[in-house]
Design a protein around this ligand. Structure first.
Ligand code: ARG
Length: 569
């Protein structure tokens, strides 16, 4: 809790030759709360004071004996540390009042002061399925988008669609030869993928198809009307499908700037690179030598004049900087593209863009679906839409069984089903490969969204039973919360703001996700050991305020992971 920290900073600074801010930087949280709530390590003072750290800790504690502040109540030396204990009552009051007063805003700060943070995420490829890799990018990217917004940054969601490249030549050939209007209209994303696969199969027998495809792509690049028409339709229809999936997930992008968006900027990018003299021509191709930096060299233009994925990313990075003057620019893309981003950022650096260091690749591992209950039409490929629908279906069945009388089952099934997919991903450290197991992600008592959502709904139900009158702030009743379970829960609630910051700084929504599990656990411990509704009036009032604050923290936290917390389930 910030106020407690600041107070300790002041107190220590008055006794030693350090500024309060310096003390703040040194403060640590002791591993075991029984040792205290904040520890000041005395190592740094040992030199200037010419004394061993344990002695310094002891002397400082003597100077403070008999005193207490607004939040700290005693300072006790433990080895080389001076450990401050918080006054539980003052602390509880402060934390709970903050949650109470800030409501939906609790946890948010204005660290970013409106600075722009483009988040490049999801970014599927047209004609290829919206597959599992894109699920992770979508879920992690959206969480980071929300988390950065909560910290006062202006997040800008950019979908860097794979909407350009030789595959469009192939699609045009395939569609002209074997395409069926109706199928394209009905299921554009699946159908384009089918055509793409079919094209490859047929091209193996008849290589002239490849030449034909190349020539169509050339036409497309030259702005041929027929080619552009096809491309536009394929793109537009695919986009509509994507948008319906995003809609289900509550995701909106500020920009669908796909790769094609940068086509007109590529000449300029090549010029910049040549002016800077960092590229060399090699048999008509344009290369940037990155060997001195232990990276493979990159090609920015092929012999035939065609540009590449990285050329468009170069244009995109420059465009984003010119348009948004970003504080950071995030790319939420699988770890298999790590090299690509190292090369991209290195080229930006060589071009002399000092902002290159603000570009961040946020990689993640693979996701594998445990065989069994999920079978797919497409064989090996699992499509996001299917995963989501499947999850909702399973959630519906569980809810039907657990709570057959629930009024709005559909709403709950959606929240739980979608939450399971998101949380199943987000609760893992993103760099790890994950195995997605339906049994696990929908387990109401496991480390799942459902567990948190269920705790949230349970609180809502207690509050409903208590009736609204109890929900009024009262300092006095909050002071009655002194049981271990209560203090422990309050201390957890206090952590939301810093957990959000850590999630953002480390680009790890998993920090927030794991924290919410802890809060739900602490709540369940309280719920089992400390009666709420049957307690005597004032204690009951205090506990109702506590669980109401808990509800707020769970809802605020889940919202930043893109997960809805229903009031009933
Ligand atoms: N469309 C690419 C893929 O699916 C991801 C694009 C990521 N963003 C970027 N700026 N390169 O592999």
């Amino acid at each position: 809790m910030q106020k407690f920290k600041e107070e300790v900073g002041q107190v220590v600074a008055q006794l030693v030759s350090l500024e309060p801010a310096e003390v703040l930087n040194l403060l640590e949280v002791p591993p075991d709360p029984t040792y205290g709530d904040l520890a000041f390590p005395c190592f740094t003072l040992a030199k200037s004071m010419k004394k061993p750290p344990p002695l310094i800790a002891k002397e400082l504690s003597e100077k403070l004996s008999g005193q207490k502040g607004q939040f700290w109540e005693k300072a006790i030396p433990v080895g080389p540390y001076l450990n401050f204990h918080i006054d539980p009552k003052a602390y509880s009051r402060e934390v709970m009042r903050q949650v109470w007063e800030q409501g939906n805003e609790y946890g948010k700060t204005n660290l970013g002061q409106g600075a722009n943070v483009p988040v490049d995420y999801s970014s599927p490829n047209i004609a290829k399925p919206f597959g599992v890799g894109h699920i992770r990018s979508t879920v992690i990217g959206h969480a980071l988008y929300l988390i950065y917004n909560a910290l006062g940054y202006n997040s800008i969601g950019i979908n860097h669609l794979g909407d350009w490249g030789t595959q469009f030549g192939k699609l045009i050939v395939a569609f002209k030869r074997w395409g069926e209007e109706q199928l394209l209209e009905d299921k554009p994303v699946d159908y384009l993928y089918q055509l793409y696969v079919e094209f490859h199969r047929k091209a193996e027998e008849d290589p002239s198809l490849d030449d034909e495809a190349r020539s169509w792509f050339k036409k497309l690049e030259n702005g041929d009307e027929e080619a552009v028409d096809y491309w536009n339709r394929f793109r537009q229809l695919s986009l509509e499908t994507y948008e319906s999936i995003y809609g289900l997930l509550g995701i909106e992008f500020e920009y669908y700037h796909g790769e094609s968006h940068y086509n007109q900027m590529l000449d300029r990018v090549i010029d910049i690179v040549q002016e800077k003299g960092i590229a060399k021509e090699s048999e008509g191709a344009l290369m940037v030598d990155l060997e001195p930096y232990n990276l493979p060299s990159v090609m920015l233009r092929k012999q035939d004049g065609a540009t590449l994925y990285i050329t468009r990313d170069l244009a995109a990075a420059i465009y984003r900087h010119e348009t948004f003057a970003f504080a950071r620019s995030l790319y939420v893309v699988g770890a298999e593209q790590t090299l690509h981003f190292q090369q991209l950022f290195k080229v930006l650096e060589l071009l002399g863009f000092e902002w290159a260091s603000k570009c961040v690749h946020v990689p993640f591992g693979m996701i594998r679906f445990k065989e069994g209950r999920m079978s797919t039409r497409a064989g090996k490929i699992i499509l996001l839409e299917e995963v989501l629908q499947r999850s909702i279906e399973m959630a519906r069945a569980i809810i039907e069984e657990k709570n057959p009388d629930l009024e709005d089952k559909e709403n709950a099934a959606q929240a739980v089903g979608l939450g399971a997919v998101r949380f199943g991903d987000l609760s893992n450290d993103r760099v790890k490969n994950i195995e997605f197991d339906w049994e696990k992600v929908l387990d109401f008592s496991g480390e799942t969204a459902a567990y948190i959502q269920y705790s949230h709904a349970r609180i809502c139900s207690i509050l409903r039973k208590a009736g609204g009158d109890f929900l009024q702030w009262d300092d006095r009743v909050v002071s009655l919360l002194v049981e271990d379970e209560e203090i422990c829960l309050i201390k957890s609630l206090a952590l939301l703001p810093e957990k959000i910051i850590t999630s953002a700084e480390s680009y790890r929504p998993s920090v927030l996700a794991r924290y919410l599990i802890d809060v739900a656990r602490d709540f369940n411990r309280l719920y089992h050991n400390c009666p709420v509704l049957s307690s005597e009036a004032e204690l009951k009032h205090g506990r109702l305020l506590l669980i109401s604050a808990t509800r707020q923290v769970l809802a605020n936290g889940l919202a930043l992971l893109g997960i809805i917390a229903p009031e009933k389930m």
